[in-house]
Write a protein that binds this ligand. Structure first.
Ligand code: ATP
Ligand code: MG
Length: 350
């Protein structure tokens, strides 16, 4: 039996961070043997908030950095198709077709879009941003994916995709499987500033490519329990970003439990808690750094990975778009007209 398929990916707006890892990357690496994987470099999605030429000029370099992060984390291009969205023209067409299958109020109800307008400092909602989940649906349905591993902020978009897929199938016949969402162990990793979401654009991220010093500096500037102004004041562990990170990334459970109990009773300074976190995070990042060195030292390798993946995706996309248009009867319109045109032209010339 053919393997089931995964589609997921990221916007090339910068380097990847710990939130990406726990929210989605970890699942991708884990599932790449079991599923046929398609990972999208979603550059068209960056245009929804940053359409300026200067931003577009940054995409290629960001895409390379992102793919290097993928490889460093263990994504294997022999098992996964890694492709550049803007180079697969079928997605523009699919997007338009799907736009007909969704209403404006349905999109306006999505809280994720309002958040994006805010964090991008936009005064009003661009039409394209309102359509973000529609474009994302085209991405997901293009390889006819069954599973979408993403962070919590994307859950509602996958629900939208399911609705669009069902609506298409109901109107025109079964073309698409209805994909399931898979949220990571950590649905939304907090930022170093205590914001509910670590994000590239919020400047509250620890990057997978940060060196030891950078990690140390970021950890030491982290938001902790604001009521604890001295080491001998009992502090709160629950919801405290420093301990959230300890719980996720520090594999020395004993050390974590010891720090927690001393924190609660006011017997440990922030410096020790942070020092140990910085060490734990660096231990976690070390093997990723090593791999990045190896892949990064092969000139052109990352570009080849993206090129090969994109060529592969183009084939897949062509097949899906054709299946869609056939099911809809769109190909039939053109076929009839062009056949008649040829016939009448021939007759005239005879
Ligand atoms: P931007 O700030 O440019 O939107 P981002 O950091 O939110 O960037 P995206 O490219 O939007 O990153 O997200 C890529 C994937 O990573 C999505 O599946 C998203 O849900 C997941 N993700 C991003 N940030 C986090 C986080 N803090 N916790 C868990 N998952 C996350
Ligand atoms: Mg985002």
């Amino acid at each position: 039996m053919d393997k089931k398929r995964i589609l997921t990916g990221d916007r090339p707006t910068g380097k990847l961070h710990l939130g990406h890892y726990v929210g989605s990357l970890k699942n991708r690496v884990r599932l790449q043997d079991e599923y046929e994987c398609f990972f999208i470099i979603a550059d068209l999605h960056t245009l929804t908030t940053r359409p300026e030429k200067s931003a577009i000029e940054e995409i290629a370099e960001n895409a390379r950095d992102m793919v290097l992060d993928y490889l460093a984390c263990g994504i294997d291009p022999a098992k996964a198709v890694i492709y550049l969205q803007s180079a697969v023209h079928e997605v523009y067409e699919m997007n338009l077709i799907f736009e007909m299958l969704v209403t404006v109020p349905r999109l306006q109800r999505l809280p994720s879009l309002k958040d994006m307008v805010q964090s991008a400092n936009l005064a009003e909602m661009p039409f394209g941003l309102l359509g973000y989940p529609v474009l994302q649906s085209a991405d997901i349905l293009m390889p006819r994916a069954h599973l979408v591993p993403v962070g919590k902020d994307n859950e509602a978009h996958v629900e939208m995709t399911r609705e669009i897929g069902r609506r298409f199938n109901n109107l025109y016949g079964e073309v698409f499987p209805i994909p399931d969402v898979m949220i990571g162990d950590v649905p939304s990793l907090v930022g170093t500033d205590g914001n509910t979401k670590m994000s590239k654009s919020l400047g509250n991220a620890i990057l997978l490519s940060d060196d030891e010093k950078a990690v140390h500096k970021k950890v030491f500037s982290m938001y902790t329990d604001p009521k604890r102004i001295r080491a001998d004041i009992p502090g709160t562990v629950e919801g405290n970003p420093v301990f959230i990170y300890h719980d996720i990334f520090n594999t020395n459970r004993e050390e974590v439990e010891d720090l927690k109990s001393r924190y609660r009773s006011g017997n440990v300074g922030d410096v020790e808690v942070k020092e140990k976190l910085s060490r734990a995070l660096n231990r976690f990042l070390d093997p990723i750094r090593e791999q990045r060195e190896i892949f990064g030292s092969r000139p052109g390798y990352v570009d080849e990975v993206i090129f090969d993946g994109t060529m592969r995706m183009r084939q897949e996309a062509g097949q899906t778009l054709l299946a869609m248009k056939k099911a809809m009867g769109l190909t039939g319109i053109w076929n009839r007209i062009s056949r008649k045109a040829e016939k009448s032209r021939k007759k005239r010339e005879e």
